[in-house]
Design a protein around this ligand. Sequence first.
Ligand code: SIN
Length: 189
Amino acid sequence: MTLDTQSLNKDRQDLSKLDEIWLFGYGSLIYKVDFRFIRSEKAHILGYERRFWQGSHDHRGIPEKPGRVLTLVEAEGVRCGGIAFQVSHDVFDHLDHREKNGYLRYETVLHLDSGREVKGLVYTADADNDAYLGEASIAELAHQIYECTGPSGPNREYVYDLAAALRANGEIDEHVFAIERALLVMENT
Ligand code: SIN
């Protein structure tokens, strides 16, 4: 697979057939909302959890020194809380460009906090994409994140901004919070 998924994503879904288009954000799409949306609300998806297993060559790192950003991995019996955005099809040129470093759009069921279940799209980075870095210990993840920076800023800001946004939404994510704690220890030593 190439490192730029933009053309792959364009052909993945026929968005013109949908009455409502929903997008599920679980990472930077929660705290950096640089796209137009019609409405948003808290939501969750089932069977996936956040992991800092995806490499970032274009936002939070550089090709010679990739940072770490989130993807979703399958896990039984878990829920992943995030934000559902109702959007129109014209935001996807921008979003596909933003998420081009290995992410593909998948269809999934979003459980909106208001009680509705809707079909939606989510960007996830699979283990077979060229930027994938995979599992590492919390200490290793935090160390790499602490050291990396890219065109969108220091990698650690991704963690801090996300952790703050999750807390503001009442979400507990021990993977994210453990990395945040390890980073804060490094900041203070
Ligand atoms: C997302 O936020 O939903 C996708 C991953 C990211 O851009 O951090």
